[in-house]
Design a protein around this ligand. Structure first.
Ligand SMILES: Nc1nc2c(ncn2[C@@H]2O[C@H](COP(=O)(O)OP(=O)(O)O)[C@@H](O)[C@H]2O)c(=O)[nH]1
Ligand SMILES: [Mg+2]
Length: 314
């Protein structure tokens, strides 16, 4: 029991709020889909609402909307929802022009309520459905909505920490970037990376992982035991050297095939170079597994997340 309590104190409560149809479930689902490629999702035993745990965040969703007269009712429930909330994500459908004012009113009510309750969770506003492939006239309209909202919401910035993001489910990086920034506001970067690596280990079944930067520094690592730790620690510097030699010899730029594999005593040591930011210095992963390859699907999901985490300035 004591252990369980200690476990949960590290979990942050993140609530997605917004009008019905704003896109909250879709955002959460797209995260789930991506994350489940490399991490186990822990559904929480919560009867009322669907919640899930992801990299130390307990994420839930709350629909607003309906009749105007319900607004007051919602706010009475607000006490229940917002107490203990670490992060509030407010999702606005920027293509639904008819409900922009309604959405704004709810947000204003919530901020007022929070102030009244003396709660100050940072508020992250997603200008959602900011789709890429839109005709110019719609893009202009969306920008109008966003400027309107930014102007209005700017008024609250004296009281609250408010950030804005433009998101769409059609560009997953827009979502993972926003979530990474939120994660980094909650936990130190090293902790977020560590959790990501741990998630990958759980699903990929590797015996050890080292994430190494271009200065040969191990940024994060996980080992099944001391034996694997010693092996990877000793091998990685050689892999880095070998990788440099190969880089000079070949001019193939196929990232997918850019790895070195060593087999020894039925174990495979796999070293892989990858780019987090185009044009910047590469990163490397050094692993030990039972199989002579890394599953691309899981590996790419890890890279996508790391890209969000590492390339973010804090
Ligand atoms: N065009 C567009 N539609 C989206 C986007 N995200 C969600 N939707 C759609 O918006 C509708 C409502 O989404 P849902 O996630 O159920 O909203 P919720 O009520 O806030 O949970 C669904 O038809 C989604 O397919 C997006 O980024 N762009
Ligand atoms: Mg929903």
């Amino acid at each position: 029991m004591a252990f369980e309590e200690e476990e949960t104190t590290n979990i942050r409560k993140v609530v997605f709020v917004g009008l019905d149809n704003a896109g909250k479930s879709s955002i959460i689902l797209s995260l789930l889909r991506e994350i489940s490629k490399f991490a186990m999702i822990k559904p929480t035993r919560n009867v009322e609402r669907r919640t899930f745990e992801f990299l130390g965040m307990n994420i839930s969703e709350w629909d607003l909307g309906g009749h105007e007269r319900y607004r007051k009712l919602y706010l009475e429930k607000a006490e229940l929802i917002f107490r203990g909330t670490d992060i509030l994500i407010y999702v606005i459908d920027v293509q639904d022009y008819e409900r922009i004012t309604e959405s704004y009113k709810y947000l204003k009510d919530i901020i007022d309520k929070l102030t009244e309750m003396k709660l100050e969770p940072p508020i992250h506003i997603f200008f959602h459905k900011n789709d890429l492939e839109l005709v110019e006239s719609i893009k202009l309209k969306i920008n109008d909505s966003i400027s309107f909202l930014e102007g209005k919401i700017g008024d609250f910035q004296n009281y609250h920490k408010i950030s804005f993001y433009k998101t769409t489910v059609f560009d997953f990086s827009s979502i993972i970037n926003a979530i990474s920034e939120i994660l980094l506001s909650l936990f130190p970067r090293s902790k977020v990376i560590e959790r990501a690596i741990q998630g990958y280990v759980n699903i990929a079944g590797v015996e050890g992982v080292e994430l190494i930067d271009d200065n040969s520094i191990i940024i994060s690592s996980w080992y099944k035991d001391d034996d694997i730790k010693e092996k990877l620690n000793s091998l990685s510097p050689y892999f880095l050297r070998l990788n440099d030699v190969f880089k000079k010899l070949d001019n193939i730029e196929d990232e997918e095939k850019n790895h070195i594999i060593v087999e020894r005593h039925e174990k495979f040591f796999i070293f892989k170079q990858f780019l987090l930011i185009k044009g910047a210095t590469p990163y490397y992963i050094s692993t030990c597994t039972d199989e002579p390859f890394l599953n691309q699907y899981e590996f790419n999901a890890l890279i996508n997340l790391l890209r969000g985490i590492i390339s973010h300035e804090v």
